[in-house]
Write a protein that binds this ligand. Structure first.
Ligand code: IMP
Ligand code: MG
Length: 192
């Protein structure tokens, strides 16, 4: 644990701020979907593995409308801190009731915007009744495609962050806060 903390330049979002954002998003979701779940549509929280698991786990505890949960896995950055620009589906979603399902994609962070814009289109083509998006963190300065999430937790500056599910090379996911990673941790060949 001490080693991990040594790698963090500073805490950007602490546990209290995260919880406040999670509760606010949960009440936005309750308000938005109250009528559709009451009229027989299913609401599916679709977590994008692996970064969203901690956020999803906390968020679902605070949502009061009935929800189902599922997961998809898409290609990640690997050891790099820069997006490859293309999205590969590693674990797909298979359900026969998509026309009766409202999907809310749950992401850890929006960076270029490619993952969420691609997945939204993909799930609509697969026949979902509706597709909306929710992200804990948003880095609008990094956008490469024009995309806005429907529910946003915290807008952050253009820094590479880890913790609360987010990783660098599969590390730091278990930190309870969001921290800025020290730049010297990055491999010199794939600078952020
Ligand atoms: P996008 O498709 O470029 O918007 O990338 C979104 C994905 O990139 C997220 O789901 C994260 O897995 C990853 N990502 C983007 N920025 C960061 C960061 O600062 N720390 C860790 N992962 C990040
Ligand atoms: Mg991710």
């Amino acid at each position: 644990m001490a080693k991990v903390i040594d790698d963090i330049e500073r805490v950007l979002v602490d546990e209290t701020e995260i919880l406040t954002a999670v509760k606010r998003i949960a009440s936005e979701i309750d308000a938005y979907y109250r009528d559709s779940t009451a009229s027989g549509k299913k609401l599916l929280l679709l977590g994008i593995l692996k970064g969203s698991v901690v956020f999803m786990g906390d968020l679902m505890k605070h949502i009061t409308v009935p929800v189902e949960i599922d997961f998809m896995k898409v290609s990640s950055y690997g050891r790099s801190t820069k997006s490859s620009g293309s999205v590969n589906i590693m674990l797909d979603l298979f359900r026969s009731d998509l026309p009766q399902t409202d999907i809310l994609i749950i992401e850890d962070i929006i960076d270029s915007g490619r993952t969420l814009s691609y997945l939204t289109e993909y799930l609509l083509l697969k026949g979902a009744h509706s597709v909306r998006t929710c992200t804990l963190l948003d880095k609008p300065q990094r956008r490469e495609v024009d995309f806005k999430a429907d529910h946003v937790g915290i807008i952050i500056p253009d820094e590479f962050v880890v913790g609360y599910g987010l990783d660098y090379a599969e590390r730091y996911r278990t930190l309870p806060y969001i921290g800025i990673l020290k730049p010297e941790i990055y491999n010199s060949s794939n600078k952020y």
